[in-house]
Structures are given as structure tokens and as C-alpha cells.
Design a protein around this ligand. Structure first.
Ligand SMILES: Cc1cc2nc3c(=O)[nH]c(=O)nc-3n(C[C@H](O)[C@H](O)[C@H](O)COP(=O)(O)OP(=O)(O)OC[C@H]3O[C@@H](n4cnc5c(N)ncnc54)[C@H](O)[C@@H]3O)c2cc1C
Length: 191
């Protein structure tokens, strides 16, 4: 059972013997799997609203209060970026430069409040570059039906594929990944 992300399959990190068919490779490469990251920054003051949606050409970008309605004393603001604007941040080349850019952007919106209250503590999870994800999430309902069928086809009834993109109900995210796991384990044991 192969359950790696479509990003890992696209990267050819896994070698199949015999090789995957051209049809399978084409279907893998046709799936959109946007790059992206999540950045959590700590501040001494909550100067920001619960959420800020930013306009982007592809994917999404938004700041949001990670401590929203949680029993937390800390002021943590998150930045989620997926798609082309993630690439703009990646061009900055270092984590620190990405954090600096985010603080600078917040300063422009909130009149310098971000740099005045930033504690310097942050966590950045870069799903777009992490070698075990190489991307963020899929949207099966946007993909061609024929590609989805090809992706779900096992290899010689021996190697099965599961994961969020393999969910026949086209649920997004974790629920889809879990459903596909049940579905293909059942097929693997019964076919
Ligand atoms: C920032 C962000 C926020 C998200 N928020 C949500 C949300 O709120 N709700 C939701 O439902 N979904 C969310 N998702 C999507 C969700 O994370 C994915 O849909 C889900 O993780 C897909 O599960 P999967 O099992 O298909 O793949 P993965 O979770 O990627 O699991 C694949 C596994 O394969 C392993 N692996 C990879 N390569 C190899 C290799 N070469 N050898 C061995 N093992 C390997 C990986 O380590 C990993 O454990 C979010 C994703 C991101 C990036």
C-alpha cells in the first residue's frame, strides 16, 4: 500500500520496478499540489483581528489568530500561504527573511505594531519543501475523473495506492485520506 503524498509521487523519490505506466505518470503529474507553508509568530500584545484574508491570484493567503477561543495566554498569529504567493516568500531564501517579510507586511497594516510587539519566537512549517510532503493539499473535485481513476488503479493487484487524492468520495483532507485507506485496504484483502 503506497500512501505517500502526490507531491512525493510527482518527485520520483520512489522507484517502481517495473516502472509506472506513462498513463499513471501523466495522471500523477496532472494533479495540482500547491506549495505552501504555515508560520506561527508570538507577540506580547494582540493588536490584530481574528482573521485577515489577503487577495492572491492562486491558492490562498491569510493571517489568523491561532489562539482564537483557546484558553491560551500567549498571542500567536498564524500566516497560511499556499500557491504562487508561497513561491514569492520562497524567493527570500531563508526562514528569517520570510518572518521579516511577514512582520513588515503586518507593520504596514498595523502602523508598526508588529515589530514593536514581536517576541522573536516563531515556528515555520514548510510543507512545500518538506521531503515527505512536497506540497500542501489536493482538491480531487477539481481534477479530471479519468486521472483519478488511473491514480486509483493498483499495480498487478499487488501494489495499491491510498491517500487524500485516492478517495473515491472526493472528500478533502484528512477525512478523505482515512476513507481511502479503508477502501483500498479492503480491496487489497479481497481482490
Ligand atoms: C498547512 C496545512 C493545513 C491543513 N489543514 C487541514 C485541515 O484543517 N483539515 C484537513 O482535513 N486537512 C488539512 N490539511 C490536509 C491534510 O494534511 C492532508 O489532506 C492529509 O495529511 C493527507 O493525508 P495522506 O495520508 O494522503 O498524506 P500525508 O499526510 O502526506 O501522509 C503521507 C505519509 O507518507 C510518508 N512518506 C512520504 N514520503 C515517504 C517515503 N519516501 N517513504 C516512506 N514514507 C513516506 C509521510 O511521512 C507521511 O507520513 C492541511 C494540510 C496542510 C499542509
Amino acid at each position: 500500500m503506497v500512501t505517500v503524498s502526490i507531491g512525493v509521487l510527482k518527485s520520483n523519490a520512489i522507484r517502481f520496478l517495473p516502472d509506472l505506466s506513462d498513463k499513471k505518470k501523466k495522471a500523477i503529474n496532472a494533479v495540482t499540489f500547491l506549495p505552501g507553508f504555515k508560520l506561527a509568530m508570538k507577540f506580547t500584545e494582540k493588536f490584530y483581528p481574528d482573521a485577515i484574508n489577503c487577495k492572491v491570484k492562486t491558492g490562498e493567503k491569510g493571517y489568523y489568530d491561532i489562539a482564537f477561543r483557546k484558553q491560551a495566554q500567549a498571542n500567536i498569529l498564524g500566516l497560511l500561504v499556499a500557491g504562487d504567493s508561497a513561491k514569492e516568500y520562497y524567493n527570500l531564501e531563508s526562514e528569517k527573511a520570510i518572518v521579516k517579510a511577514a512582520i513588515g507586511e503586518l507593520d504596514r497594516i498595523f502602523d508598526g505594531k508588529a515589530s514593536k510587539t514581536f517576541t522573536g519566537e516563531y515556528v515555520l512549517e514548510n510543507w512545500g519543501h518538506h521531503k515527505y510532503t512536497i506540497g500542501t493539499w489536493t482538491q480531487a473535485f477539481l481534477q479530471k475523473e479519468s486521472h483519478l481513476k488511473t491514480l486509483n488503479r493498483p499495480l498487478a493487484k499487488k501494489v495499491y495506492f491510498a491517500g487524500e487524492i485516492n478517495d473515491t468520495y472526493k472528500q478533502m483532507g484528512v477525512p478523505g485520506a482515512v476513507l481511502s485507506g479503508y477502501h483500498f485496504i479492503d480491496r487489497l484483502l479481497t481482490e
